[in-house]
Design a protein around this ligand. Structure first.
Ligand SMILES: Cc1ncc(COP(=O)(O)O)c(C=O)c1O
Length: 392
């Protein structure tokens, strides 16, 4: 018989969604009010200000798109790319491939700059691409590649785009709240993110921000943006600065209560505090994994603290380990994707889930499951190694 759904209490240490803070879940259950209610409009203004803080921007066009990160991605492309344009797209994992797809669906040409999965985007290759394609109007790249756990140098890439007279589109779905993200200081033009990673929030909303240069380009378009829902000129009528709010779509009212609470928590902790926490837990996890005898897939200087790619030891059954972690420990970790499928695990330490208890829980559980599979690991070393990081 069909009955109410009560999910188990999992620990979410995969590539996202990550554990949602109880404070955020509490906010989600507050009474729904109208999306044009004056009190809701005040909440929208606060969300905008809190997002400006999170993105470190003064951009007036900063808002949460009422749909997941993929919609934020699409919003950036459909508003800034016209048919016939040339766009340089960097691919060093899954999500650069989706950017290319977006460019092509906008009727533009994507110039692909490829790097190995597990490496950051090469600034030199992007520079060469601009020399070979001086007509390129946009550079698109992923700041924090969730499929591999690699961080690219967003500051240098945005600077390069600006020096070539191009705008930048930056994917920060996994970076927002977890690592430094300075939209204004970097001169990033169209930036999108997600709520289900380092913001400790539910999935399904995509914060975006557009620079004044990007807004000028959107306003100068003489063709219609191909998506009605994501056309920023229309969305601005609802989320826009001083103008009267006009109905565009019914905002996901309760989801926005949740986002407001999550952003408030981020501001209370402070960006620096949140970044330090993510780094510290990452260091403890890596110390434990290495003490156990496991290796990391990404070079130390390019690692994301919030997404740890671990090399699966020879002879270990990837899927069986993940299934056992879920069955016996209610613990979710991620599988490798694309070129790294079957070769790596992705252990997330994102937002509310980035804490010492999760690190120790994961190390203990992984050690027990690997030992039961007969893997050649060093038993008993992981937890003391991680604790040593916390005690230092
Ligand atoms: C880097 C990156 N970009 C885009 C997305 C797409 O976000 P969503 O799944 O919320 O649509 C994800 C999701 O994991 C991501 O990690």
């Amino acid at each position: 018989m069909t009955s109410s759904f009560y999910p188990p209490l999992r620990t979410l240490m995969g590539p996202g969604p990550s554990d949602v803070s109880p404070r955020v879940l509490g906010a989600l259950g507050r009474p729904t009010i109208g999306h044009l209610d004056p009190l809701f409009v005040q909440l929208m203004d606060q969300i905008k200000e809190l997002l400006q803080y999170a993105f470190q921007t003064k951009n007036a066009l900063t808002l949460p798109v009422s749909a997941p990160g993929s919609a934020g991605m699409e919003a950036c492309f459909v508003n800034l790319v016209s048919p016939g344009d040339t766009v340089i797209v960097c691919q060093n994992g899954v999500f650069g491939g989706r950017m290319k797809e977006n460019v092509e669906r906008c009727g533009a040409t994507a110039i692909l700059v490829e790097d190995n999965w597990g490496d950051p985007v090469s600034i030199d290759k992007v520079s060469t691409a601009f020399e070979q394609h001086p007509q390129a109007k946009l550079l698109a790249f992923v700041h924090a590649e969730t499929s591999t756990g690699v961080q690219s140098d967003a500051a240098a890439l945005c600077k390069l785009a600006t020096s070539k007279g191009a705008l930048s589109i930056v994917d920060t779905v996994t970076s927002l709240g977890g690592i430094e993200l300075l939209v204004d200081a970097w001169g990033a033009d169209a930036v999108y993110s997600g709520t289900q990673k380092c913001l400790s929030c539910i999935p399904g909303i995509s914060p975006v921000t557009f620079s004044s240069r990007a807004v000028e380009r959107i306003q100068a378009r003489d063709d219609k943006v191909q998506s009605w829902f994501l056309d920023m000129q229309l969305v601005m009528g609802y989320w826009g600065g001083n103008t009267k709010r006009a109905y565009h779509h019914t905002a996901p009212v309760n989801n926005l209560y949740a986002l407001h609470e999550a952003l408030l928590m981020l501001r209370e902790e402070g960006l620096e505090g949140a970044h330090t926490r993510h780094r510290h837990n990452h260091e403890a996890l890596v110390a434990g994994l290495e003490a156990m005898g496991l290796g990391m897939a990404v070079a130390a200087e390019h690692r994301l603290p919030q997404l740890n790619s671990v090399i699966i030891p020879e002879g270990v059954d990837d899927a069986a380990v993940r299934a056992a972690l879920l069955k016996y420990y209610d613990l979710e970790i991620g599988a490798g994707l694309g070129a790294l499928a079957g070769k790596t695990w992705r252990i997330g330490l994102m937002g509310f889930a980035s804490n010492g208890r999760n690190v120790l829980h994961c190390l203990g559980a992984l050690e027990a499951i690997l030992a039961s599979q007969g893997a050649a690991i060093t038993a008993g070393a992981a937890i003391p190694a991680a604790q040593a990081v916390y005690d230092s």
